[in-house]
Design a binder for this molecule. Structure first.
Ligand code: C2E
Ligand code: MG
Ligand code: MG
Length: 580
């Protein structure tokens, strides 16, 4: 006899034990768990041929909820569920069936009969499953739109409700896009329904493709089976984005869709253009039920249409502005290099022991004629998320090294050019080669170059980063850890990396001289660096007191407004020459 697997969900340990024994002795396999959440997880991971479910569970969600969640999950639609009601009242029996239970038994349970009861239920389910094939066909008709073969409103709503429950438990965000073609009625009325239908089919096709583009999939986690896309009816479509990490991510997808739909449609001799309006609602901010999210995304779409169409609009106005600014920044940043909008400023680095300036840190500046001056704290993260940092970082490295060459040629006292690099650059294959060739292009000895990387870059991917750093170190350049103290790298891990210098983060220098916690941290970092034969540099030094404090503690170098602000190339050159 094949061993059917039964999942038992009950908060009472004695009952779990009794049922387990009763079922095992009659040839079943069992898993017993103590609450609904664990039960649902176990079901998703291991499945079950049938579920025995307690109604009253004080800890967490009750049996009715578990039952309807099981019914809503893709593989739990037809699993037999036997509800165990404590009280023999009609109310709870009715609720059990409403939540999708197959059958119920009342406590105290007749253990001698339990095995028979479960076996009977399984056999009945088995017979039903033969009817399922035809039911599935009906299901397709009920849940899918025959014109575009996309899921319909009913499917989308149920799926959304299910994804909301999941997102709630995993504390994740969801984005709902509500899309409507601009002027579709006109197409339909003037060119006929047949052409209208073709436009809708082509729209469904383009939507699928926009969502399938690989980078979108990675960024949105949208599933490829089309379940996250639906046609609600008419020219209305919806998209569900699961696992977006920032609200702005939904706008990138909306833009991709908008662009793809604004391209020419061509059917036989007919050519036509259409645009679309897209409303965006975010879970949990804009609603926590499928109904509310759909309603609010619809409302946002309506606003997009009212303000002229061919655009997206978040339900919350503030979000629309933030997302538009991000998209605008991203579009301009793509062209910043070729338009020569990037430049470097150089902040002098001061050697505390010799009281001489020993080098500079190159700091990127972006001045866009259209947007104005944008601070690195705003555009560097964007460059990292979009991958643009690879090209930009290469530009920075080349510019900094050629500046170093100029200063050496002009006999400017100068011994180090520190350049910030992002973790993404380091992990990029061929980075070491790139550094090598830029150094030789400029005929620059590697010892003049220092790369600054943040602690987070080290944590990102331990083994990979370590190998890359070792390769870089072999070139002969220097490596520093920037913003030290902000990350969580442990001492023992740090020892593994071939690091020459620690830069104490600016936030630890503030108030350092007043016997503060910061003073203690700075002390500890300096002592630690000495013990690991690394040099220490303090950034953000703004007062003489801070400098004196650092000097007394044996800090090697300092950088900050007190010594000099970051300067454009020519001024930096004059500064270095004057302070030789
Ligand atoms: P960072 O590498 O820690 O650079 C030091 C930042 O502190 C610079 O800000 C500098 O202007 C500022 N600063 C220096 N001294 C003082 C001071 O005494 N007081 C205060 N309040 N601030 C001071 P900036 O130029 O805005 O750069 C911000 C961050 O952007 C940099 O922090 C770095 O992480 C990143 N960044 C800048 N350029 C590049 C680059 O070319 N590539 C990469 N990947 N990141 C860069
Ligand atoms: Mg830096
Ligand atoms: Mg820093």
């Amino acid at each position: 006899m094949q061993n059917n697997h039964i999942l038992i969900i009950d908060d009472d340990p004695v009952i779990r034990l009794l049922i387990t024994q009763a079922l095992r002795s009659t040839g079943f396999q069992t898993t017993a768990v103590k609450n609904g959440e664990i039960g649902l997880e176990s079901f998703q991971e291991n499945g079950a041929d049938a579920v025995l479910l307690d109604v009253m569970m004080p800890d967490g969600i009750d049996g009715f909820e578990v039952c309807s969640e099981l019914r809503n999950s893709p593989n739990g639609k037809h699993t037999p569920i036997l509800m165990m009601t404590g009280l023999d009242d009609l109310e709870s029996v009715n609720r059990a069936f409403e939540s999708g239970a197959t059958d119920f038994i009342t406590k105290p349970i007749n253990l001698a009969l339990l095995g028979h009861r479960v076996r009977y239920m399984l056999r009945a389910a088995n017979t039903t499953s033969r009817l399922l094939e035809s039911e599935r066909r009906l299901h397709r008709m009920a849940y899918f739109d025959s014109l575009t073969e996309l899921p319909n409103r009913l499917f989308f709503k149920e799926h959304l409700q299910y994804m909301i429950a999941l997102a709630q438990r995993q504390k994740q965000k969801l984005g709902v896009l509500f899309l409507d073609l601009d002027g579709f009625k006109r197409i339909n009325d003037t060119l006929g329904h047949h052409l209208g239908d073709q436009v809708l089919q082509e729209t469904g096709y383009r939507l699928r493709n926009s969502l399938r583009a690989s980078d979108v999939l990675i960024r949105t986690g949208a599933s490829e089976d089309g379940a996250s896309l639906a046609r609600l009816g008419g020219d209305e479509f919806t998209v569900l984005l699961s696992r977006i990490s920032r609200n702005e991510d939904a706008a990138s997808v909306a833009e991709r869709i908008r662009n793809s739909l604004s391209e020419r449609f061509k059917f036989g001799d007919h050519e036509l253009y259409t645009t679309s309006s897209i409303g965006i609602a975010i879970y949990p901010e804009d609603g926590d039920s499928a109904e509310e999210l759909l309603k609010n995304a619809d409302m946002a779409m309506y606003y997009a249409k009212r303000s002229g169409g061919n655009r997206f609009q978040y339900f919350s106005n503030r979000m629309t502005e933030a997302a538009l600014r991000r998209l605008k920044l991203e579009n301009h940043l793509r062209k910043a290099i070729e338009r020569q909008e990037l430049s470097l400023h150089y902040q002098p680095l001061f050697d505390i022991t010799t009281s001489k300036y020993c080098g500079v840190e190159a700091l990127l500046r972006w001045n866009s004629p259209e947007i104005g001056q944008i601070p690195p704290s705003e555009f560097i993260p964007l460059a990292e998320e979009t991958g643009l940092i690879i090209g930009i970082g290469e530009w920075v490295l080349r510019e900094a090294c050629s500046q170093a060459r100029v200063w050496l040629n002009n006999a400017i006292p100068f011994c180090r050019m520190a350049v910030n690099v992002s973790g993404m650059q380091i992990l990029n294959k061929g980075f070491a080669e790139q550094v090598n060739s830029i150094l030789s292009e400029n005929n620059l000895d590697p010892r003049f170059l220092e790369l600054e990387l943040t602690e987070t870059a080290l944590i990102a991917d331990e083994a990979g980063v370590l190998d890359h750093l070792k390769t870089l170190k072999k070139i002969g350049l220097q490596l520093a850890i920037d913003d030290f103290g902000m990350g969580y790298s442990s001492l023992s891990r740090l020892k593994l990396f071939p690091i020459d210098r620690l830069k104490i983060d600016r936030s630890f220098i503030i108030d350092i001289e007043n016997a503060s916690e910061n003073g203690a941290i700075a002390n500890a970092v300096i002592a630690m660096a000495v013990s690991m034969s690394m040099k220490v540099i303090a950034e953000g030094v703004e007062t003489d007191k801070q400098l004196q404090f650092l000097k007394a503690r044996g800090c090697d170098e300092a950088q900050g407004y007190y010594l000099s602000k970051p300067l454009p190339a020519l001024q930096a050159e004059l500064f270095l020459a004057a302070h030789a």
